[in-house]
Design a protein around this ligand. Structure first.
Ligand code: MCN
Length: 782
């Protein structure tokens, strides 16, 4: 049987989902269930002078209305942000519903619980809130200025934290032959999974057991936090993430809303459901990015880059959300040197409170921003010295022989061959020919642009020892159980919690590969804290390199035990056995064999086991990797800019990624496609816009452009395979590669097209209007 690893197997989970048989949170209907709706702040910054719920409570069908004051002392505040060391983090716990003050549009002010959803929404209109509006601040640079409105009165200059890493003496810049100084704005984006957030809570007042079904990417983390908030022991709190319709980082954060729903279920002794609507989602679910990034890159005229200094002023919103502070610090800061052997680097990150929705992880979380600044700056450097963007990259790549490679930011890249992916991408693109075509078209007044991005990113969160060395007080290992039933069918339990990524299939492939059993014989279960011992969830492209590795290790343990049983039955030593295609075969004695299924039965019937062996065929692994994994690649984007309209036509997009050993190329390609849609979406179309008074004016799909399939050309994807040495699968994560690599590839391409106009930078999104205006200005100056 051919290895199941590397096979293009169709996703096992899809028939259920595409035939309407999925079980999403909103599909859960319990007897006596009530419906909740939140009243959300319409002001970005205001004092709550009075809340009158008397009319709402009187409406027929309304069961309860809660305000922040009602909950004070009943449940705890939701802790915000994991601890990030050495940055004087001024985290502010947030009360489950606002008390006294609201700090952003969309903050929860009250919650209605009613017999049906319509009544709950009607009752929201009957609540009167008297606000005293205060001056708001939405931009991070404005918020840092003296005299700016204070989001939290005791946090001076709204500075939530100042994180620094690395050190570069000024002389590295003053004495350099070339220094480029750039300033980029990574605009704010709104993660938009198909399914918005939702929760159903059920409390058993007899036993004190609470079950919460919710749209979580990491149910065990939700359990850890909500146990504390609700005052329910973890052993009595069950969090279930049923089918989850995408998350993209927005469902990592532990929000207050779900805790309030659970509180109501306990208080009212009836199940309560809440389903966020899309407009609410735009305001109340975490946003992402929103970073002003200033870069100084020094080097020599021959193209050697020698020093990098980066300052990131990050808009954290009104509170630090769960992963919020980790994104611009650890995830962004440690990756600033990208794929290049830049010997000296330093980063400063200013995390700033503003009167906006909190920001948190979004596909790539810090790494796209980091790839953007270095890939844009490398192009600026190449332009400055008149070097081709390909050549400058080749000159500065970390060479293949240098891995594992310690970067100037004190992280160790596990493995890599950056030249390999670049060469392959150039070959697919036919780079030389593209440059000739560009030249020829320019003579006809047509503007073709070719953009490169040769990225590397940090994935596989996260090795506990490395996390500890950085000063973090938590690591993220992963748990797997592989259980073989008497029939030889297999159940796999994983602490990861996929929500669209396809691990039901790829983890089954890992096990099928080990046991030689058909894929159909393997079920992968996840997302239920009562069923699974512990886990850290799905994000940070960690599920395969960490969770998949745990599955592989547990499966290997099962195989070892099965082999001992087979050897015992066949009366040979384990060394005399070979195991392939699901058969334990005595070497050189045809027919003297046992099938995997026979051994599964023996292990469970247990009447003839080796002396001292415990029955059953099951193994567990708690895998904690020794390092992160660092996928990399080369992306090339080809665009044509219409000089009359500023319209950008995406002509080609080539993505060559190296994610180590690929488990399922079809799923991995799908992940690259999805990531590209988000990254290119950020480069060209998406962007959240706040008015000065803090109103989110891009709060619906009418004002916020989500990319659609027909916006894209056929995406040309390929993989090279440089295995990672840090896990037994040799796999690195693929989930974020597209989102990380593509924004700079697209922007570099557009600016390459606009070179004749003397335009060197435009901030994303590159809307036709922005491009057209820049061209008009460029023309006038020319
Ligand atoms: N895979 C593979 N070979 C590899 C690496 C991965 O075949 N070498 C497969 C995996 O086994 C899995 C998929 O590719 O089926 C993605 O795996 P991995 O790279 O480990 O990433 P995660 O499963 O940890 O997913 C997280 C990543 C992130 S961070 C975001 S955000 C994101 C994404 O995945 N959100 C998604 N992809 C998403 N896809 C969907 N449909 N929905 C989301 O919310």
């Amino acid at each position: 049987m051919a290895s199941m690893i590397g096979m293009r197997v169709k996703r096992k989970e899809d028939p259920k989902l595409i035939t309407g048989n999925g079980n999403f949170t909103d599909d859960i209907k319990l007897p006596g269930m009530l419906y909740a709706a939140f009243l959300r702040s319409t002001h970005a910054h205001a004092r709550i002078k009075r809340i009158d719920v008397s009319q709402a409570v009187e409406l027929p069908g309304v069961v309860a209305v809660y305000t922040g004051e009602d909950l004070t002392g009943k449940i705890k505040s939701v802790p915000t942000s994991w601890y990030v060391p050495g940055c004087n983090l001024k985290a502010k716990d947030r009360s489950p519903l606002a008390v006294d003050k609201v700090l952003y549009v969309g903050e929860g002010v009250a919650m209605v619980v009613a017999e049906d959803r319509y009544t709950a929404y009607d009752a929201l209109n009957a609540i009167e809130v008297e606000y005293e509006e205060l001056k708001a601040v939405t931009g991070q640079e404005a918020a840092l200025k003296d005299g700016a409105p204070l989001v939290h009165e005791d946090v001076k200059n709204n500075l939530a934290f100042l994180w620094k890493a690395g050190d570069v003496p000024d002389e590295a810049f003053t004495n350099a032959e070339v220094v480029v100084r750039e300033r980029y704005y990574e605009q704010r984006v709104v993660p938009n999974p198909m399914e918005t957030r939702a929760a159903v809570a059920q409390y058993n007042s007899g036993s004190g057991d609470m079950t919460v079904w919710c749209t979580s990417q990491n149910p065990h983390i939700h359990r850890m936090v909500y146990a504390e908030v609700l005052g329910i022991p973890e052993s009595k709190l069950r969090i279930i993430a049923p089918d989850v319709g995408g998350g993209f980082g927005a469902k990592i954060g532990v929000y207050a809303d779900e805790a309030v729903v659970a509180y109501a279920a306990r208080h009212l002794k009836r199940p309560v459901k809440w389903m966020e609507d899309r407009k609410e989602h735009f305001m109340a679910t975490n946003h992402a990015r929103d970073e002003v990034i200033e870069v100084e890159l020094a080097g020599k005229r021959d193209g050697t880059m020698t020093a990098l200094r980066v300052r990131n002023t990050a808009n954290m919103g009104a509170y630090l959300s769960t992963m919020g502070a980790g994104v611009p610090t650890i995830c962004f800061g440690l990756m600033v040197t990208g794929a290049y052997a830049i010997p000296q680097a330093a980063v400063e990150v200013y995390g700033v409170y503003t009167n906006t929705t909190p920001t948190d992880a979004y596909r790539g979380a810090g790494k796209p921003e980091s790839a953007y600044q270095i890939e844009r700056a490398v192009d600026a450097f190449a332009r400055e010295i008149g070097m081709d963007p390909v050549e400058i990259r080749r000159k500065n790549f970390v060479p293949k022989e240098k891995f594992p490679y310690d970067t100037a930011m004190a992280v160790t890249y596990d493995s890599g061959d950056y030249m390999l992916t670049l060469d392959k991408a150039l070959e697919i693109a036919d780079y030389e020919e593209l440059r000739r075509e560009q030249e020829a078209l320019r003579k006809q007044g047509r503007y073709l642009g070719i953009g490169l991005s040769t990225y590397v990113e940090l994935c596989g969160l996260g090795p506990s020892k490395v996390a500890g060395a950085i000063g973090l007080q938590f690591g993220q290992w992963e748990n797997a159980t592989v259980r073989v039933h008497p029939s030889g069918k297999v159940t796999v339990l994983t602490g990861a919690s996929p929500h669209g990524q396809g691990e039901d299939t790829t983890f089954a492939q890992v096990v099928a590969d080990k046991f030689g059993v058909p894929l159909e014989d393997i079920e992968v279960l996840h997302g239920d804290t009562q069923m699974i011992p512990m886990g850290w969830g799905t994000y940070g492209s960690r599920t395969t390199p960490v969770g998949g590795a745990a599955v592989a290790i547990a499966a290997e343990r099962v195989t070892e035990k099965a082999k001992k049983i087979a050897a015992h039955e066949l009366e040979v030593s384990t060394e005399d056995l070979e195991f392939s295609d699901g058969i334990f075969q005595v070497k050189g004695v045809p027919g003297h064999q046992r099938t995997f299924q026979e051994i599964a039965r023996s292990a469970n019937m247990a009447w003839n086991l080796p002396e001292g062996m415990e029955p059953a065929l099951e193994a567990q692994s708690f895998f904690d990797p020794s390092n992160f994994v660092y996928p990399f690649g080369a992306h090339i984007c080809v665009v044509e800019v219409d000089s009359n309209t500023g319209q950008i036509e995406l002509k080609r997009y080539i993505a060559v990624d190296d994610v180590g050993r690929v488990i399922n190329p079809m799923i991995a390609e799908g992940q690259v496609h999805g990531g590209l849609a988000q990254g290119i979406g950020q480069a060209l179309w998406e962007g959240a816009v706040y008015e000065e008074n803090g109103q989110l004016i891009s709060g619906t799909f009418m004002d916020y452009t989500m990319p659609k399939a027909d916006f894209f050309p056929v995406l040309e994807t390929a993989f090279t395979e440089t295995p990672s040495p840090v896990n037994p699968l040799g796999a690195k994560g693929v989930g974020e590669t597209g989102a990380t690599a593509s924004p700079p590839a697209v922007v570099n391409a557009v600016l390459d097209a606009l070179r004749p106009f003397g335009i060197t930078h435009l901030d994303m999104p590159l809307t036709p209007e922005k491009v057209w205006r820049a061209m008009q200005k460029g023309r006038k100056e020319a």
